[in-house]
Design a protein around this ligand. Structure first.
Ligand SMILES: *Cc1c(COP(=O)(O)O)cnc(C)c1O
Length: 365
């Protein structure tokens, strides 16, 4: 009889066995500033109205496979041109996976600037699709020449551009992005997960390029637990992607909730305004901290570098003081000695700053 181990060794794809599972840090009891979550609870009246909406759910039925109401609400709230199609995903992570499944094959690759969103290389590797990373410049701006040369040489099926970028936080130059869309032989995905914190994005370009799609998510707006992301773009592309989508990928609770929150969008916008305001306070405080270099951000987090000390040690020292941030050291050469902190409530931000200053004064980090 085969042992379980023998079966795993024989049958699981070696590339999968060699991978590490995506690690989510244990955050119990900590000030959680590692994952770009909105820190604010819903106001009591909105929460009560949401729970009333959920009471209408027909839980014994499969969800509406088209989610037409969510799509039209998204178009209305986000000013998506009427002629564009919408594809919904169980988070935008699922949409990234659908896009890669649609184009994968021998001699195919996808391309993105680096450092960038970890899910692009991670999902590509999972699918056995080649991933090409093109370094950003030292200030984390797009290197137009390097991008255009890599696109010409590699002919990527898809170019992913997250703007604002994660984990660097900056927004990319519009003209450089335009030159990339014009040069790319394949699809260009503009990932605007942080649009609500960054002012106008590139939604106005939709409809002007046959190879341009815009991806957004409700996660960073205060709805990370819902898992709702979407893609807007030309129907010729989205019809193909829709064949890959599993029929009921958006569950009925997420669908009803997404409709509800899009009807109450002003509340999410108000919370984002508070976060933007607190982002500048946190930026100034980090900017004034000796031994730290903080980078400008158009998102709900800040990237900073330890100049004279170790990010690993500082990360540990912050944890010892009850604060969880993201340690990026070791993930990518351009993120050497870097940590990323999500903008929390005023109290959480202060707890982080206190822990940071204590840690640095104690010589940790
Ligand atoms: C958080 C994030 C997403 C993924 O969001 P989900 O919708 O929660 O899967 C996509 N792109 C970028 C750049 C992100 O930072």
């Amino acid at each position: 009889m085969n042992s379980t181990d023998d079966g795993v060794t024989r049958w699981v794809n070696p590339a999968i066995r060699a991978m590490q599972a995506y690690h989510v840090a244990d955050s119990s009891g900590l000030v959680k500033l590692d994952a770009m979550e909105n820190p604010y609870p819903l106001p009591a009246d909105i929460r009560a109205a949401w729970l009333r909406a959920l009471q209408q759910v027909a839980i014994s039925r499969y969800p509406d496979p088209d989610s037409r109401d969510v799509k039209s609400a998204l178009k209305r709230v986000m000013s998506i041109p009427a002629a564009q199609s919408i594809l919904l995903g169980n988070g935008s992570d699922e949409i990234i996976q659908m896009i890669m499944l649609a184009v994968m094959g021998p001699d195919r690759c996808v391309l993105a600037p680096e450092p960038g969103f970890v899910m692009y290389p991670l999902i590509a590797r999972l699918l056995g699709l080649e991933y090409v990373g093109v370094p950003l410049r030292d200030d984390y701006s797009l290197d137009a020449g390097a991008m255009l040369r890599a696109i010409a040489a590699r002919q990527p099926a898809v170019v992913f551009i997250a703007s604002p970028n994660n984990p660097t936080g900056n927004r990319f130059d519009r003209d450089v992005v335009l030159s990339i869309i014009e040069a790319a032989p394949g699809l260009v995905v503009i990932d605007e997960a942080y649009f609500i914190f960054s002012g106008t994005g590139l939604v106005d370009l939709l409809g002007h390029y046959g190879n341009l799609v815009l991806m957004r998510t409700l996660s960073k707006l205060g709805l990370a637990g819902l898992r709702v992301g979407f893609l807007a773009g030309p129907s010729a592309w989205l019809q193909e992607l829709d064949k890959i989508r599993l029929p009921y990928n958006l569950n009925v609770l997420s669908r009803i909730s997404a409709e509800f929150f899009l009807d109450n969008y002003a509340e999410l916008e108000a919370q984002a305004e508070t976060i933007k305001r607190d982002r500048s306070g946190l930026y100034k405080a980090l900017h004034g901290t000796e031994g730290i270099r903080v980078y400008p951000s158009a998102a709900n987090f800040l990237l900073f570098r330890c100049l004279e000390s170790s990010a690993d040690e500082l990360h540990r020292a912050l944890l010892d003081r009850g604060v969880l941030v993201k340690n990026l050291h070791g993930s990518q050469p351009m993120l050497d000695q870097c940590l990323r902190v999500t903008v929390g409530t005023a109290e959480e931000n202060q707890a982080f700053l206190d822990a940071l200053h204590q840690s640095l004064a104690a010589g940790s980090g």
